[in-house]
Design a protein around this ligand. Structure first.
Ligand SMILES: N[C@@H](CCC(=O)N[C@@H](CS)C(=O)NCC(=O)O)C(=O)O
Length: 202
């Protein structure tokens, strides 16, 4: 059995989406980040940085953090969602890395600026660069139904970013029509709906 320690955030959703899509058995341990449950000594013993998500695989004792590492581990374990064929495998990594390294950090800066009231200090060059990165993603999804050509872990890994963009930055999201169509399709998957129902119970 595996236990996923997580919370209702973009990174926190990623392994849950993959667990549901793969149909692997797991226990869910939701942490209340606002109450700083991630700082408890018991949790810090698992993750010294006190961050979510974290996976404990009791079958082999592995304790793993970083959402990208966790989702790839799950795909390897189930031998699904991460293609074996080298070209498709590399493209899967490419698009997941594209989102994780170019889009998510910039999106987070803009979100924090909005929440904390320092949007006016962000230079135009920053948002222009962000828009260029987003345009590449949008164009890709205009040419392919899925990021790596076929449905892979890259689509599940990237979905929480698009979902957050839709609520945090609706004007920007409204300009990205292919991203919107793709996100509607991914969000309608039974596994994705099941994951969010567990993560964000009504
Ligand atoms: N790069 C890490 C990011 C982990 C991370 O920063 N998680 C945030 C939630 S998205 C967290 O645990 N925050 C807890 C805190 O701020 O104390 C990953 O992808 O797993």
């Amino acid at each position: 059995m595996m236990t996923l320690y997580t919370a209702a955030t973009g990174n926190g959703a990623k392994p849950l989406l993959v667990l549901e899509e793969l149909g692997l058995p797991y226990r869910l341990h939701l942490l209340d980040l606002a109450r700083r449950e991630q700082d408890s000594p018991a949790y810090r013993a698992l993750h010294p940085g006190g961050r979510i998500p974290l996976l404990h695989d009791e079958s082999n004792g592995l304790v793993l953090f970083e959402s990208f590492a966790i989702v790839l581990y799950l795909c390897e374990k189930a031998a699904r969602l991460w293609p074996i064929e080298p070209r498709a495998r590399a493209q899967t990594l490419q698009w997941a890395a594209y989102v994780a390294t170019n889009l998510e950090p910039r999106g987070l800066v803009l979100h924090r600026a909005q929440r904390e009231g320092w949007t006016a200090t962000i230079p135009r060059s920053f948002t222009e660069e962000y828009d260029r990165f987003l345009a590449v993603l949008d164009e890709r999804l205009g040419n392919s139904p899925f990021l790596a050509g076929e449905f892979t872990v890259a689509d599940l890994f990237a979905y929480p970013f698009a979902r957050n963009l839709a609520t945090r930055d609706p004007e920007r999201y409204a300009r990205l029509l292919h991203l919107q169509n793709w996100a509607t399709d991914i969000g309608a998957r039974a596994a994705v709906r099941a994951a969010y129902a567990r993560l964000e119970p009504a």
